[in-house]
Design a protein around this ligand. Structure first.
Ligand code: MSP
Length: 594
């Protein structure tokens, strides 16, 4: 029998623009606006969120993890319309010491606590419009079967052995810690208590015989995988961090606990005295969902993208790929990592009493409003701070005023009395600035706008690929501002439909602005699905015209027919997004914005 000492933990967790536009012409018109359609027509994709602990009710950090995955998945569906090509799973992590202890503290049977809190996550995700296709609970029989099968494969491949584990264990984080990662802090009685340096959660000394996984064998294969695939972990700083961790020694990993100590879990096959380590149990959920061990899982596994918070990077980027390699499978295709939300500068925690309830936020700011806020403000590389005023300011300025105002300005009865998508006049707005003749009205800034919006879908797609969704939203928002500037510059309200000189240009201004709005509505679908639906319906865009493959911006400018010209606008004239701040100060601050 081998003796394993404390495990080393890897964690730490105008005019001048004309010259730029000379070669503008047809370059931006393509039958495949993103340059991705052919590649991805049949491409499958499987997105996963972490499965959430059921020791406490969901908070905004949990919702953020799920929203990021939802936006990535919805963006993929816009690229690849076939619904069968996308799978999106989420769920609850219900075993382990943390849940066992939380249930005991609440005076509940663990299964009761699991049922109660898992239902809260399911309800939150329904309310927040999370478009998952699968919800898994680790207490399900299908999962137990998958975990025990996975264990059997590791065992058969000689990767598990019995050894004595002696060291620190943190039940809140469900992880082993080396001495160097433990510090002492005064506890409730004033005595110094050992806690995890990273999380501040209490740790306890453990000495027991466990099954051990030969993790140390996988250091080089993991390095080869990461060096060979620089995008495996995105954003790059997290990829770099994992490679740094792998520079250090990689000790073997204890993958079971004594059942007398941990009974709430999946027993080791053939040895009821041991319960499988909750992280091994939890990670296998990603396989259970796609049917493992039945062969069907093989068609989904190579397309897996995990969305995770930075605190669980080590488990997903080291333990999990090593376990997969050990079981004869490939590491996940992508691991997208995000940072955390703090509240008024502080870490969110039950003990500090500053946990923000996401359901209250959805009620207060609307579902689409709160989704937009979290994804527009959440930066994956850094922690972000949450406070209510910030939400109101952002939503009022970008959704209510800039986007809602733009739609209203182009569709209001007094400016667009026919209630149609007006015609685009190619002599008013020729395809090249050099061709502007006597009846031409377009200015250099207008070409800059067309150029910006024409390239927006590709820019947005690139930001999604790099897991920078906030940058995609920033780019959309910047184009919305430019379009408002375009409308303001040409003041269509001063033009007259009855004048043969004004009318073609008036129609063109509205046509261009509506085309821009069509692009914005299409691109916002992954983030604000209901608002985007309202916007596209108001523009008369049908359900089959909302994918990225169909998004041909301003086709008449590029010499192609426009299916929207002359089409009736949708009948729903309501406010696109309700202003949250009803005070006069708001109106005053925005009146002269453009
Ligand atoms: N059960 C494990 C995951 C197992 S996956 C095989 C777990 N659960 S968790 O409920 O603690 O965390 C779930 C997700 O929520 C993680 O991605 C975590 O990073 C995220 N968040 C928890 N607190 C957060 C914030 N304050 N801000 C943003 N996300 C945070 O870990």
């Amino acid at each position: 029998m081998l003796r394993i000492s404390a495990f080393r933990l890897l964690g730490r967790t105008g005019a001048s623009r004309l010259s730029l536009l000379e070669d503008f012409s047809l370059r931006h018109y393509s039958s495949d606006p993103l340059g991705v359609r052919e590649d991805t027509r049949d491409a499958r994709a499987y997105f996963t969120t972490p499965i959430f602990y059921v020791n406490a009710a969901p908070h905004i950090g949990h919702l953020y993890s799920a929203l990021l995955a939802d936006a990535l998945c919805r963006h993929h569906r816009l690229r690849v319309p076939s619904a069968a090509a996308t799978r999106f799973s989420t769920g609850t992590d219900e075993h382990g010491l943390k849940i066992q202890q939380a249930a005991a503290a609440a005076g509940l049977a663990p299964s009761e606590l699991c049922d109660r809190v898992s239902a809260q996550f399911q309800q939150l995700f329904r309310e927040a419009d999370i478009s998952s296709t699968d919800f898994i609970r680790t207490t399900e029989a299908r999962h137990r079967m998958a975990v025990q099968h996975f264990w059997g494969v590791l065992k058969a491949r000689g990767l598990l052995y019995k050894g004595l584990y002696e060291g620190w264990y943190c039940a809140s984080d469900e992880c082993f810690l080396p001495e160097a990662k433990v510090t002492r802090q005064p506890g409730p009685s004033g005595d110094l208590c050992p806690v995890s340096l990273e999380s501040g959660h209490p740790v306890s000394w453990t000495k027991e015989e466990n099954y051990i996984f030969r993790l140390s064998q996988f250091r080089e294969p993991l390095q080869r995988w990461l060096r060979g695939d620089p995008q495996a972990i995105t954003p790059e700083p997290f990829h770099h961090a994992v490679l740094q961790w792998l520079e250090e020694e990689l000790p073997d990993l204890s993958v079971s606990r004594r059942s007398s100590h941990l009974h709430w879990g999946i027993p080791v096959p053939g040895d009821d005295s041991q319960t499988i380590y909750v992280w091994l149990d939890a990670l296998v959920n990603y396989l259970t969902v796609i049917g493992y061990p039945n062969a069907e899982f093989k068609s989904w596994w190579p397309t897996t993208s995990h969305i995770i918070g930075k605190d669980i990077l080590k488990f997903h980027a080291i333990y999990w790929p090593a376990l997969l390699l050990g079981a004869g499978m490939s590491p996940p295709h992508r691991i997208y990592v995000h940072s955390h939300w703090t509240v008024c500068g502080q870490k969110m925690s039950k003990s500090l009493g500053n946990v923000v309830d996401p359901r209250t936020c959805l009620d207060r700011y609307t579902v689409d409003g709160f989704r937009y806020f979290l994804l527009r403000q959440g930066v994956p590389n850094w922690d972000c701070d949450y406070y209510g005023e910030k939400v109101v300011k952002l939503l009022d300025s970008e959704l209510a005023f800039a986007l809602g105002g733009l739609l209203n300005r182009c569709t209001a009865n007094r400016i667009n009395p026919s209630g149609t998508y007006p015609a685009f006049c190619t002599t008013c707005f020729p395809s090249e600035p050099g061709l502007v003749g006597p009846s031409g009205r377009a200015q250099a800034e207008d070409y800059a706008l067309v150029s910006a919006v024409a390239t927006l879908p590709k820019q947005v797609a690139d930001h999604y690929d790099n897991f920078q969704i906030y940058k995609a939203l920033e780019a959309v928002s910047s184009c919305v501002r430019q379009t408002n500037g375009f409308v303001q510059r040409h003041a269509p309200w001063k033009l007259n439909w009855e004048s043969p000189v004004d009318a073609p240009w008036l129609g063109t201004v509205l046509h261009v602005a509506l085309e821009c709005l069509r692009v914005f509505g299409t691109l916002l679908q992954p983030v604000t699905p209901s608002l985007a639906d309202k916007l596209l319906s108001r523009l008369g865009v049908s359900a089959t015209e909302r994918g990225l493959g169909e998004l041909h911006f301003l086709p008449r400018f590029y010499g192609h027919p426009c299916p929207f010209e002359g089409r009736r606008l949708g009948p729903e004239t309501g406010v696109l997004f309700p202003r949250l701040d009803q005070s006069r100060a708001w109106l005053e601050s925005y009146t002269n914005a453009f």
